[in-house]
Design a protein around this ligand. Structure first.
Ligand code: NG1
Ligand code: ZN
Length: 534
């Protein structure tokens, strides 16, 4: 008897001797060895959809900020969240099955274990970034979907957050939680309208130059700009590094990762002093801002800065709307947040800070426990999310003055402007522009809210990174024995010292982070801790 699942797996056999892992950001490696993984992810997406009674599941083909020859795949849950951890484990196991028969057997085992009725419909939405390998890998996903008898929608090229948006819209269409129209036009309309409303007639100072990493964000931003208010009315936006015709240019000497890692503007940048710039990454789910001052000094405004800016603004709006007693705002960071940012939130903004393990899903889960949870990784991944009750409170609130009414209007527009499904560079940069316009700030005023502590991030190559086990949101090592005590001893020796080491979830290395009162002390501390770890 024909077995369509085994047949699909047969079309894209697994290369011998390779081990795949569904990591922090899905499967990600050299594109040439991903065909079999793609087909198997199609099968897992089918099972996940059926386990949720035919809800739409997303499959995004991207390797974000990685070099052009890489690619990857991640699955999206019905409300646009990252895949549940239990299913990450199943995906890893499926990706490593050797033969088509093993694949088919495991497919049926999962169905049995989770009581999945294989005759119910399954629905999957697929999209990809602009990498050259994307078309071939899409074909491999589709083979998996056909093998599992899935109804699918192929959205072609999208940013990662656009696909998350589509999935959330598809699953909430026609309900009271309807998120929007599940089309590209629907996405642009929703966010462009919210941007215009949130600005409330205020005009951001100067212009914004957006570096698109030569990725999918470029053409999508160009589409978005067509729906935004004119530059005379609102913001003048210059789109740079938007060449998607040359896939080999993707993330090369540009983009959010380049700017954050090298602490400098892309070499091609031609902007003048105090001109605001921001850089997206290759799939536009990450953004960092920066500018050069009058002395040509580069200043980075990273995810910590976006979080503090947004939290302070939302806090003001909640207070001005007369809702301070019923809505509490919190900020979620990782251990990589600059200590000065954490202090600023606690001491100046008087808001609660939670620290979680690295990886957006951990931050998102912590933020879900708050009324309004603002979460950002220092590298620019993040968003703000509103709880169900909070949305209800804001929707029902009756303002008692004109000032309350105006603040409430902006707050409501911000809810629409912030992508609730996932961190979205396009939505995030518009939100930053709205805040700066309302505060009448340029980048210098934003920068002056607090001074970053000098810091240093090092990558240490070790024989086996899995022996490094942590606790306390990855801030302390419990294994190997004795190492943490040695790190603590070094930290004591410097002023305002803080340091930690943890195994990377995306690279074969241990990362060491150190900060201190001076650059020299931070560098020295990082080097000493790296020596301890080696
Ligand atoms: P790892 O490799 O686990 O440190 C990196 C980033 C994370 C996150 C993930 C997923 C740092 C220090 N780490 O994780 O913030 O973005 O990649 O892409 O930037
Ligand atoms: Zn990304």
């Amino acid at each position: 008897m024909a077995d369509p699942v085994a047949e699909a797996a047969q079309k894209h056999p697994a290369p011998e001797g390779l081990v795949y892992t569904y990591g922090t950001a899905g499967f990600r490696t050299k594109a040439e060895v991903l065909d079999s993984v793609m087909t198997r992810c199609g099968l897992i997406a089918a099972l996940r959809s059926r386990a949720l009674k035919g809800k739409w599941i997303g499959v995004m083909i991207t390797a974000s900020h990685n070099p052009p020859e890489d690619n990857g795949v991640k699955l999206v849950e019905p409300l646009g969240n990252m895949l549940q951890e239990e299913w990450e484990v199943l995906s890893t196991e499926m990706a490593n099955k050797a033969t088509p028969e093993d694949v088919s057997q495991f497919y049926h085992e999962i169905a049995k274990k989770y009581n999945i009725d294989l005759s119910v419909p399954a629905r999957v939405a697929v999209a990809r970034d602009t990498r050259a390998s994307g078309a071939r890998l899409l074909g491999c996903v589709l083979d998996g979907l056909h093998g599992a008898g899935v109804e699918h929608k192929d959205y072609g090229f999208l940013t990662t957050p656009q696909l998350h948006y589509m999935v959330r819209c598809l699953n909430t269409e026609g309900t009271k939680d309807a998120y929007g129209t599940p089309t590209e036009e629907g996405y642009y309309e929703k966010f462009a309208t919210a941007f215009k409303t949130a600005l409330q007639g205020k005009k951001p100072k100067g212009s914004l130059t957006v570096d698109c990493a030569n990725g999918v964000g470029g053409p999508k931003l160009t589409e978005l700009i067509k729906r935004l208010p004119s530059k005379e009315e609102a913001l003048e936006i210059f789109v740079v590094n938007d060449d998607v015709i040359k896939p080999e240019a993707l993330n090369v000497d540009c983009g959010a990762d380049y700017v954050k890692t090298n602490q400098r503007a892309p070499p091609s940048s031609k902007v003048g002093p105090n001109d605001r710039c921001c850089s997206l990454d290759g799939d536009a789910d990450r953004v960092v801002f920066y500018f050069k001052d009058a002395n040509n000094m580069f200043h980075l405004l990273d995810g910590d800065r976006i979080a503090t800016l947004v939290a302070s603004f939302l806090g003001d709006l909640v207070r001005q709307s007369g809702l301070a007693d019923s809505i509490k705002i919190g900020v979620v960071q990782t251990a990589y947040a600059n200590g000065a940012a954490t202090n600023y939130v606690v001491d100046h903004l008087k808001l609660k800070v939670d620290c979680t393990a690295t990886g957006v899903k951990y931050l998102h889960h912590a933020a879900e426990k708050l009324d309004i949870g603002v979460y950002f990784e220092a590298n620019g991944h993040g968003t703000a999310i509103f709880s169900h009750d909070t949305l209800d409170t804001i929707a029902k609130h009756e303002p008692k003055s004109t000032a309350q009414k105006e603040a409430l209007e902006v707050l409501r527009a911000c809810i629409n402007l912030i992508n609730q499904a996932v961190g979205d560079a396009l939505s995030d940069f518009m939100l930053v522009e709205v805040v700066l316009a309302h505060k009448n700030w340029g980048p210098q005023e934003w920068l002056s809210t607090y001074n970053d502590l000098p810091n240093r991030l090092l990558k240490v190559l070790v024989k086996d990174r899995t022996i490094f086990q942590t606790t306390d949101a990855e801030r302390k090592l419990v294994k190997p024995n004795g190492i943490q005590a040695k790190i603590d001893e070094e930290v004591q020796k410097v002023r305002q010292g803080r340091s930690f080491a943890r195994a990377s979830g995306t690279e074969d290395a241990v990362r060491v982070y150190a900060e201190a009162a001076t650059k020299a002390e931070a560098d020295d501390l990082a080097r000493k801790v790296a020596k301890i770890v080696e």
